[in-house]
Design a protein around this ligand. Structure first.
Ligand code: 3MF
Ligand code: MG
Length: 349
């Protein structure tokens, strides 16, 4: 087994330890306090935590700048106490009544302003918890019925908003996390190609990158490892949300590798080929415990996802690269297929 080239640091978000509610039923597990979630992260060998702005400051819209700073400082202290760092902060722009019909692309100028101001606050919180990464999952930037908006205008409105954020903080790096649908019928920045592309429209493309979530690629009918490869070729893959997804259903956020191990293997393979992490990129998970899981075992999805990543990394670093090259040269892809299946199944080739 070769030594990995990548430098892997792992993170998850507080929403990844949840109470198990779904659109058809109420919570089934007791809530867990933030401090306890940080302890879980530490115990499971994670290095960082991903945040929404209102994970750091609950009921953020009702609080003053002083109160926000006080609560953010408290979270920073808790993180320091555990030896954890904040990977990123993301504005939760899909909850407030102001964003029912979108944030930066809302048809009302006043409501667009709300989304922009809220995001500036998220950037301030990002600084307070010691991060320079702002993640934007553009949840409601799209349409429920296409005629309600003009697509080209939406793209330019998002560009204009990105420019405001780049100007608000000269150090902020923006990571766009695309998803094709849910909650909207059709998102305007739906794939990683769109995310990379819009970065080039901004005033400072060097500070706009992206985040590939496995499930979001699959929901777009694409392979996550190909999406990662595309972003890596642009040096724009600044984070990932690894998870799994049973094809084009609702967004499942299953444990990494749970549905399709070979698909997960190929994600690790492309990250390792790039020596991912050498520029400080994180391996984030965005996984959900099954609703059936009892409270005491409600964090196994986090332990399992990380373990699967490391097991697959072992597989990647033990690829017989000489044999692989020979089979590729001979164009014997049936044999190459058998070799990789044997490798994944732990069978002698
Ligand atoms: C939705 C997501 C989001 C984002 C999060 C951080 C709630 O499908 O994946 O999780 O990852 O908002 O940007
Ligand atoms: Mg995500």
């Amino acid at each position: 087994m070769a030594k990995p080239k990548g430098q892997y640091r792992f993170s998850f978000g507080p929403w990844n330890i949840d109470e198990g509610a779904d659109p058809f039923g109420p919570p089934v597990r007791e809530p867990i306090a933030m401090a306890k979630k940080f302890k879980v992260a530490k115990e499971l060998g994670y290095h960082g935590v991903q945040f929404h702005d209102d994970d750091v400051v609950p009921d953020i819209d009702t609080k003053s700048a002083t109160q926000i700073a006080k609560e953010a400082a408290k979270i920073k202290k808790m993180l320091d106490g555990e030896g954890l760092v904040a990977e990123f902060v993301a504005p939760r722009l899909w909850f407030a009544p102001e964003t029912i019909d979108g944030g930066y692309t809302n048809n009302s100028a006043k409501l667009r302003e709300y989304a922009i101001e809220r995001t500036k606050t998220a950037i301030d919180i990002m600084n307070m918890v010691g991060s320079t990464s702002l993640v934007l999952w553009l949840a409601r930037e799209g349409t429920y019925i296409r005629e309600s908006k003009v697509g080209r205008k939406q793209v330019l409105q998002i560009r204009d908003a990105l420019n405001v954020f780049l100007g608000h903080d000269p150090k902020v790096r923006i990571l766009i996390e695309p998803k094709p649908n849910e909650p909207v019928d059709s998102a305007i920045i739906s794939t990683i190609g769109h995310a990379v592309g819009i970065g080039y429209l901004t005033s400072d493309p060097a500070r706009v990158g992206c985040l590939v979530e496995s499930a979001h690629s699959i929901l777009a009918g694409l392979d996550p490892s190909d999406d990662m490869s595309y972003a890596l070729a642009h040096d724009k893959l600044w984070s990932v949300h690894l998870n799994d997804q049973g094809n084009m259903k609702f967004d499942q956020d299953k444990s990494f590798g749970s549905y399709n191990l070979r698909r997960a293997f190929n994600q690790v393979r492309v990250l390792e080929e790039y020596a991912y992490g050498r520029n400080g990129e994180w391996v984030g998970f965005d996984v959900k415990a099954m609703r059936t899981q009892k409270l005491a075992v409600g964090t196994k999805h986090l332990a399992n996802s990380k373990a699967t990543f490391l097991n697959l990394l072992d597989k990647v670093t033990s690829i017989d690269t000489k044999l692989e090259a020979e089979l590729i040269k001979a164009r014997d892809y049936e044999e190459l297929d058998r070799y990789f299946l044997c490798l994944l199944m732990g069978k002698k080739y």
